[in-house]
Design a binder for this molecule. Structure first.
Ligand code: G1P
Length: 294
């Protein structure tokens, strides 16, 4: 039986080049999905999985993330005076619940290198990782399941989903050893962004992990991999070889908000689900019919 998990790590240091020019002077994690920055949904997910101790790995040009999760007393006072405090209640509540910590990645050497910065903070405990440009719905249920599998097995676990063949080269792709329970697998192999001909399946790493503290020593040994970056996938592959990596095919939807098409579609889908923003569905239909003049 493993120790109770308490900490979450959100890597959010990348340049966001796939969303340029929007991300030239603004972190991609701060781009709004309707009226909340993407990273707020990720922080909410960690909290709903009972992991309020959150370390965000930031980097150059990412100050807006820290400012977002901080009180702004001047703004609050202005809002209060005009009787409109409500818009800030939710974020104030989030700041109250979360214990947020920040560390900067000095050089962008890859996801594995970024995770390495969490070593002192997690202090020899297992921890969850939530990629800052990936949203999952329903929020929290996937992560809670990963934690449960980890606490049962003592091993590292990652969330996976099936992706279309033309997208295998965007993800870490798995070869399964066996199905240990419904939607749960023992992993034989994981390969970072393989070509379709080398991909052992279409099961892709979906941006949520529970890692064991040994990962840090392994990361020290892997060296640059795909795209000359230190890849988390290469460290996970070593755990897989030792028979210590599990996967969970989560139920729900994943939104990769780090590329333009998916960013637009995510915003639209989240907006369509908002009862306080009526009329969007009809307006989209009118746009498609070429009948709408905004
Ligand atoms: C990272 C991981 C990859 C994973 C993906 C999920 O890639 O390296 O294994 O499948 O996240 O979004 P990135 O999107 O940072 O290139």
């Amino acid at each position: 039986m493993a120790q109770r998990l308490k900490k979450a790590v959100i890597p959010a240091a990348g340049f966001g080049t796939r969303l340029l020019p929007a991300t030239k002077a603004q972190p991609k994690e701060m781009l709004p999905i309707v009226d909340r920055p993407a990273i707020q949904y990720v922080v909410e997910e960690a909290i709903s999985a009972h992991l309020p101790d959150i370390l965000i790995i930031t980097g150059k040009g990412k100050h807006a993330i820290e400012d977002h999760f901080d009180r702004n007393f001047e703004l609050e006072e202005e809002m209060r005076k005009s009787g409109k405090g409500k818009e800030l209640d939710e974020i104030r509540e989030l700041i109250r619940k979360a214990r947020l910590h920040y560390i900067r990645q000095n050089e962008l050497l890859g996801l594995g290198d970024a995770i390495g910065y969490a070593r002192d903070h997690v202090d020899n405990e297992s921890f969850a990782v939530l990629l800052g440009d990936t949203l999952l719905r329903p929020s929290g249920s996937c992560l809670r399941k990963l934690v449960e599998i980890h606490e049962r097995t003592g091993d590292a676990v990652l969330a996976v989903e099936e992706v279309p063949a033309d997208k295998v080269d965007r993800y870490g792709i798995l070869e399964i050893e066996s199905e240990t329970s419904e939607r749960e697998f023992k992993v034989k192999q994981i390969i970072e962004k393989p070509g379709l001909d080398e991909a052992p399946s279409r099961l892709a790493a979906a941006g949520r992990y529970v890692l064991v503290p040994e990962i840090f020593e392994i990361l020290d040994t892997v060296g640059p991999g795909k795209n000359d970056e230190i890849q988390l996938t290469d460290a996970l592959q070593i755990l897989a070889q030792q028979g210590r990596l599990h996967a969970y095919q989560f139920e729900g939807k994943r939104y990769d908000v780090g590329n333009k098409t998916d960013y637009v579609l995510t915003t639209l889908e989240f907006a369509l689900d908002r009862a306080d923003l009526p009329g969007i569905r009809e307006a989209v239909a009118e746009i498609l019919e070429g009948e709408r003049n905004i």
